[in-house]
Design a protein around this ligand. Structure first.
Ligand SMILES: O=C(O)CCC(=O)C(=O)O
Length: 334
């Protein structure tokens, strides 16, 4: 406890400890994740780690094969579009081949170790804006296949890239707190979607992304206050979902399966109780034409890096936000 008797969270940058959430995040993206996972309630310290599934047991694709696959359109079942509109998320099978997953997973391993080293047990390590300096990661972030799926699911003629992310839940890392992304993205639209692309199969013990079913779940949560210090928001969302009987989809991911969740989707992830890092590439897209909100909060983290030169209220269309998905006509970057 601080002298004021207010609870403290030492993972918050000092500049963010006083006041509420209406302030700019003062740390970097990794600081944000190190703080964010402290907002999740965990019953006990993760123990008894078991081996994970390993990487796909195939030869990795060549870089050319990765680029080719990610450039090809995916034949989306119209039922998936309906499911997304109703449920706020959908899991789409076979978006990436096992060989492509393997190649991307190997590259991601190199990038993560270069940035964070290998003494990371129990942490949630992240990377963002990889596409600016890595050709394979650029093929993912600017992928007409993934961007096209995002545009089709949102029903938008064009979607722009917000950012790419690597999300590595290291062995023994606890839960990801319940949240929805509309408060993470400082955008005046909820027409935004994140493609969560696991870099292996993700069994239940590894912490697959889990989703509360329903596009209007936010209506049930409107009165709950975000807690920037402790776990009360995470606990309150979890209790409210149970009280209101909101179904939660918490199933394993197969190799190559990709989930798409709306900015309105409440989601969480379990702890990683395996000895293998639970890794995913997550790319977020939003409707072309969206503007930045007037007052971004610290929950939006390092948003200025993703929208350089764009001020609050401005059009979210910097040079780092190309149109990468279209529902008709060209599917390439604008
Ligand atoms: O990977 C995780 O555990 C959380 C990811 C997440 O919340 C997101 O991609 O929106």
């Amino acid at each position: 406890m601080a002298l004021t008797d207010q609870p403290e969270n030492l993972r918050l940058p000092e500049a963010n400890r006083a006041g509420g959430i209406d302030q700019d995040w003062a740390g970097d993206d990794q600081d944000w994740w190190d703080w964010y996972v402290t907002l999740a309630a965990n019953d006990h310290d993760p123990a008894d780690l078991v081996p994970g599934p390993g990487l796909p047991d195939v030869e990795p694709a060549s870089d050319e094969q990765v680029e080719r696959e990610l450039a090809e359109p995916y034949d989306l079942d119209p039922a998936a579009v309906e499911a997304f509109a109703r449920d706020a998320f959908v899991k789409v099978p076979g978006v990436l081949s096992p060989a492509v997953v393997r190649r991307l997973a190997e590259r991601l391993q190199e990038l993560l170790v270069a940035e964070h080293g290998d003494d990371v047990a129990g942490r949630f390590t992240a990377l963002e804006q990889m596409w600016l300096h890595d050709d394979l990661m650029r093929a993912v972030a600017l992928s007409p296949r993934i961007g096209g799926l995002a545009a089709a699911l949102l029903g938008e003629p064009g979607v722009r890239l917000y950012h790419d992310n690597a999300l590595s839940k290291e062995p023994g890392c606890g839960r990801t707190p319940w949240h929805h992304d509309a408060e993470h993205f400082p955008l005046q639209t909820t027409q935004a979607v994140t493609a969560w692309m696991p870099m292996s199969a993700v069994p239940g013990r590894m912490g697959p992304l889990s989703f509360a079913r329903g596009m209007r779940v936010l209506d049930e949560m409107d009165d709950l206050a975000f807690d920037k210090v402790g776990t009360t928001y995470d606990v309150a969302v979890s209790q409210r979902l149970a009280e209101r009987g909101v179904p939660v989809e918490s199933s394993p991911f197969a190799i190559g399966e990709v989930s798409f969740h709306s900015a309105l989707c409440f989601h969480t992830a379990g702890p990683n109780l395996t000895t293998q890092p639970r890794r995913a590439l997550a790319t977020t897209y939003f409707a072309d034409g969206a503007r930045v909100v007037e007052s971004p909060t610290l929950i939006s983290g390092t948003w200025r890096e993703f929208l350089p030169g764009v001020e609050p209220g401005g059009l979210a269309a910097s040079e780092l936000n190309p149109v990468v998905g279209r529902t008709s006509g060209s599917t390439g970057p604008a």
